[in-house]
Design a protein around this ligand. Structure first.
Ligand code: NAI
Length: 270
């Protein structure tokens, strides 16, 4: 169902790899709500993924951008302004990758070269995006930027490894840059902390099946789905949430504020 919440709005969506991606679902929902969209992903991911299929379905153009490259970021922002004929109203940062996890290195034995790259891709890239957008004056008054995060930024989930540190940095950049962008142009910046979700990045976490089942049992509403995550992001891009900024917003079926549930107690009593 469409409410025309984003009618006339324009935005960039990072990170749609395949149909499971949170960004993919969000792009479809934003389109349904009337937005005009530019899709972007790393050049290598674009070769692997199916982004052109999505682009066709939602009538979007695709501009490649490795989020660790200043040149790529500037190119994306300037080309997007050209395409839209001016500034944009929203941006979704849905990007994350852990090199140490990929190489099977545990948290206590990480390679610091890989670690730097992980932090750059998964967190500093948000700063690079916001700084480039600010310099190029690419986001319209009362625009909205959302980045996706996970509760491992606040609590220990051992197998989330260095990504926990990356998410803590991402949330900190959200607050710090959110302050400056609010003053400069009333642009709001928030993170959405999503339930574990079966996507390529999600399933890359060791022991993911146990992880997602535990979260399901520990969430009074159950795990939030990818489609519902997309719905929530639409509200944050809409004019109905103009004064929400610098927040980490849990979209997790109540997991973050639950100590224990009956279902987990029963499991422990078995
Ligand atoms: P996904 O694997 O579909 O998306 C991750 C995206 O990051 C991919 O499109 C990938 O190509 C992109 N990416 C990686 N390196 C890049 C680079 N150098 N430049 C540009 N793009 C790059 O998985 P998902 O789950 O949709 O991930 C999206 C975001 O949601 C991530 O930030 C992830 O940490 C976050 N998240 C995911 C949860 C889950 O359980 N799946 C839970 C909470 C947050």
């Amino acid at each position: 169902m469409s409410y025309n919440l984003l009618k006339g709005k324009k935005g960039i969506i990072f990170g749609a790899l395949d149909e499971k991606s949170l960004a993919w679902k969000t792009a479809i929902r934003c389109h349904e709500e009337g937005a005009e969209i530019i899709l972007t992903n790393a050049p290598v991911a674009m070769r692997l993924g199916e982004i052109n299929k999505l682009a066709e379905a939602i009538n979007a153009i695709v501009i490649p951008c490795d989020v660790t490259s200043n040149d790529d970021m500037l190119n994306l922002i300037t080309k997007s302004k050209e395409h839209f004929g001016g500034g944009m109203d929203f941006i979704l940062h849905s990007v994350g990758m852990s090199l140490n996890m990929r190489k099977g290195k545990s948290y206590t034995e990480i390679d610091y070269g890989f670690n730097q790259k992980t932090l750059d891709i998964s967190a500093t890239s948000l700063h690079r995006l916001l700084a480039t957008a600010m310099k190029e004056d690419a986001i319209n008054e009362w625009g909205s930027v959302v980045a996706l995060t996970y509760i491992a930024a606040q609590r220990v989930f051992p197998d989330y490894s260095e990504m926990a540190d990356a998410k803590a940095l991402l949330e900190s950049i959200t607050r710090s840059f959110g302050y400056h962008y609010a003053l400069k142009k009333h642009v709001r910046v928030n993170t959405v902390s999503q339930s574990p979700t079966r996507t390529t990045a999600g399933s890359g976490v060791k022991g993911f099946d146990g992880f997602i089942n535990y979260a399901e049992k520990m969430s009074p509403l159950g795990n939030a789905t990818a489609d519902d995550c997309a719905n929530y992001i639409v509200t944050l891009f809409s004019d109905l949430t103009k004064y929400v900024t610098m927040q980490n917003l849990f979209h997790d079926g109540g997991f973050s504020f639950t100590g224990v549930t009956q279902s987990v107690i029963e499991q422990m009593e078995k």
